[in-house]
Design a protein around this ligand. Sequence first.
Ligand code: GLV
Length: 311
Amino acid sequence: MKIVVHNDNPDRWCRALQAAFPRATVVTAEAPAEVRRGADYLAVWQPPEWLLAEQTQLKGIINLGAGVDALLDNPELPADVPVIKLRDAGMAAPMADYVLYGVLHFYRGFDGYDHQQQQARWAPQPLPDKADWPVGVLGLGAIGRHVAQALAEAGFPVLGWSRSAKHLDGVDCRHGEDGLDAVLAQAQSLVTLLPDTADTRGLINAERLAKLPPGASLINPGRGALIDESALLDALGDGDTPGHLRGALLDVFSTEPLPDDNPLWQHPRVWITPHTSAPTPLDGAIDQVIRYLHSFEAGKTPTAVNPDAGY
Ligand code: GLV
């Protein structure tokens, strides 16, 4: 068995995979071409086109992340090789922390207190009842469903939305276009955890932002492409004049790193983190990939990504 690894920590991955499969050839994409060629598996994050193009006998490509958008967009991705992605692999828990922080930021009024502090203004604001702060979670995959349930456990009413109907304890699950409208109409905080697909790109546009209650907040730790950034800026209003939305906590952007001149950087009601909401925990990810490789070698293809659906 031959495995080629490409990500930002390939040596650590090679050591772990070599220890799990002592008879395998496990190399990084830096290995000479004649060593890399003829791989059975690629374990990769955002691989260069040449790494996909040079392989001729792959049994599987393992995406070392949850989102497969970059891999599916790679023009050299072979159509007939199953793509397997990380599913949770330890990312759901830090993601739930990030989102809970974001919801509490707005629910507890830290956004307003931030600005009051800049003016040395002491003005306690009333604390809303959690029951009056429904949170909408768009995307109920392995990570989204964990986030939705963590928010429900924290006492917020949670409305979840997904493409197909789902049932989750403690979460009011909706689907379809009507379901999305119902979630948008109620969400005081909207959390976007959908994959980036042809169906979801630009989903949160001006029309849908306008369906949120006035003063709602947006938390996007999913993918930048889900949001129409200029519609978001319009909805946030200018300078000191708030618009329809109260604020946004954004971790992902249509261009990353976020360019220096992007107006989101300077906006007084936007909080930015650099695509760091749920870093992939190495041990969890390595364990999952080892399990995938054992399944493949036992003749059982792990659940593959549906390239038409995009996740
Ligand atoms: C990170 O963005 C991932 O898709 O795992």
